[in-house]
Design a protein around this ligand. Structure first.
Ligand SMILES: Cc1ncc(COP(=O)(O)O)c(C=O)c1O
Length: 131
């Protein structure tokens, strides 16, 4: 693995040491290119390529599963970080309360609040020490 080649795929790495990946990490040029391709196709054809996009999503699901040594059916795509966190909280809600830092990014918990899941907000140090 050539880290210099990988690093070169992330132009922001030339200017920053970026530690907060959260929901807005610097994109690789490959991801940016694919995102542009998607929007170009949308602009040109609407959702006519829908079947092709579904096919590509399944291929990517397979690749991701291989990367993390999982099965493809265990890999899900979510619309955003918040969407993912709220889905997980919903799935685990029957196991008990959901513990999260009081200063969690608001959108990560707001859906959970309205869905009846019991969220316990506390200081980050308490969450960290309970893991
Ligand atoms: C630290 C942090 N967590 C979570 C989020 C929410 O991410 P998303 O917009 O993907 O739901 C953000 C959004 O900027 C963020 O900065």
């Amino acid at each position: 693995m050539n880290w210099n080649q990988i690093r070169a795929l992330f132009p922001a790495a030339e200017h920053y040491t970026y530690l907060n990946t959260a929901a807005a990490p610097p994109l690789s040029i490959l991801a940016a290119r694919e995102g542009k391709r998607y929007y170009d196709e949308m602009a040109e054809h609407g959702d006519i390529p829908w079947e092709s996009w579904l096919c590509q999503a399944e291929q990517i699901r397979e690749k991701l599963a291989t990367l993390v040594n999982a099965q493809a059916r265990g890999v899900a795509f979510t619309c955003s970080t918040s969407h993912g966190m709220n889905l997980i909280a919903g799935m685990l809600g029957h196991c008990g309360d959901v513990l999260c830092p009081a200063d969690e990014f608001p959108s990560c918990t707001c859906l959970g609040f309205s869905s009846g899941i019991e969220w316990i907000l506390c200081a980050r140090e308490i969450v960290a020490s309970s893991i």
